[in-house]
Design a protein around this ligand. Structure first.
Ligand code: ACO
Length: 334
């Protein structure tokens, strides 16, 4: 069995904040942020917006492009590390899309690499023969989990959702040529947002005398050693891309577009340079949205497709990295 990309979509919060806006409320400058990262603006969730709402909008656009009805979707991966509900966003998104027949819908939580892992997992499901139309949604609202007084982290992120529809096809139309995925849990110390557990109090049962632990927990804001992540990524991403090329028996010159997780323009430029990939074939929209975590790849893909930059039949090297640490690459045909 083969699988191919047949639709994409994206959704953004309404409110935009520029570097100049941030400089009004914290000790930073447009010059610092843009020269170190390439970021100039970001969208942040507010008011009555929800991450699930963005995920639904992105998924609806992908379905419309593919001309597939919600009822024909038989699996949804909601790739997010910052869902509206601790128990996940997949089921809520499935319900809001109105997919009849209760198709399987669940979350994949792998930070900025989440979408890439969802995409490859979707391909396994389709190749198994049990699924025909799989929605892969990457959605994150990292702004809820940063300390807005910690300038070296909060300026980097934005909120968004992106989605693709992967569909079963004959082998000769297959649109996922090769992939390479990794995790190194030791790298968690460089990037995490752990649970803060309060000291356990004991609730004394009034009647029975039974003693129950009463523990409250909250999630810490994101902690990141940016320099360690940077050093790691500029080597690991070109290596994983070389591995995907080798598995697919392709060369860099066979690839039309390079699309790396949009975290830092200097990372994107460094990876492209190491692979000797032409600059004009590198997709980047980081300037407008910042690092949107699991949404970044499908958001950039959607913009590139809808603007006519990426054309039907062209090949794209996708590269992701993020907390875990997780990283990897996949070669797809649009
Ligand atoms: N405005 C002004 N000054 C700042 C700011 C700011 N927003 N933030 C930090 N600074 C200052 C620091 O205090 C420091 O000052 P000092 O030298 O007086 O101490 C100086 O700027 C340099 O800070 P560094 O942290 O060393 O800056 P660096 O050049 O490493 O850039 C950055 C930081 C942009 C975070 C970079 O390291 C990076 O992009 N790393 C990769 C991060 C990444 O890609 N993460 C992806 C995964 S995200 C996920 O999975 C959730």
């Amino acid at each position: 069995k083969g699988c191919k990309l047949v639709g994409c979509g994206s959704a953004l919060p309404k409110l935009q904040y520029s570097n100049h806006d941030l400089a009004k409320v914290m000790d930073t400058t447009d010059e610092w942020i843009s020269s170190r990262t390439g970021i100039r603006n970001r969208r942040l969730l507010s008011g009555n917006e929800s991450l699930n709402g963005l995920g639904v909008e992105a998924a609806q656009k992908a379905l419309q492009m593919a001309e597939v009805e919600p009822d024909d979707v038989d699996l949804i991966f909601f790739c997010s590390s910052t869902p509206d509900d601790l128990f996940g966003g997949g089921p809520t998104v499935q319900n809001a899309l109105g997919c009849k027949g209760n198709p399987l819908a669940y979350d994949i939580r792998a930070a900025c690499t989440g979408f890439l892992l969802g995409l490859v997992s979707a391909s396994f499901h389709i190749r198994s023969g049990g699924f025909k139309n799989v929605l892969v949604i990457g959605a994150d609202c990292v702004s809820r989990h940063v300390d807005w007084t910690e300038r070296k982290i909060c300026v980097l992120f934005g909120d968004a959702a992106g989605a693709v529809l992967l569909q079963a096809c004959d082998c000769e139309d297959d649109g996922l040529f090769g992939f390479d995925l990794h995790t190194n849990g030791d790298g968690k110390k460089h990037l995490n947002a752990g649970i803060k557990q309060s000291e356990a109090n004991i609730v004394n049962g009034l009647v029975s005398g039974l003693m129950l632990p009463s523990v409250s927990a909250s999630i810490s804001n994101i902690q990141m050693n940016g320099q360690e992540i940077f050093r790691f990524v500029v080597n690991a991403v070109p290596e994983t891309m070389e591995a995907s090329l080798s598995k697919a028996d392709l060369r860099v010159s066979d690839i039309d577009w390079l699309l790396i997780h949009q975290a830092n323009q200097r990372i994107i430029d460094s990876v492209a340079k190491k692979l000797e990939f032409p600059r004009e074939r590198v997709i980047s929209n980081l300037e407008n949205y910042g690092n949107t975590s699991a949404a970044s790849i499908p958001l950039a893909l959607d913009e590139a497709v809808r603007s006519g930059k990426v054309k039907k039949g062209e090949t794209i090297m996708l590269g992701g990295f993020g907390a875990g640490l997780t990283w990897g690459s996949a070669i797809v045909r649009w």
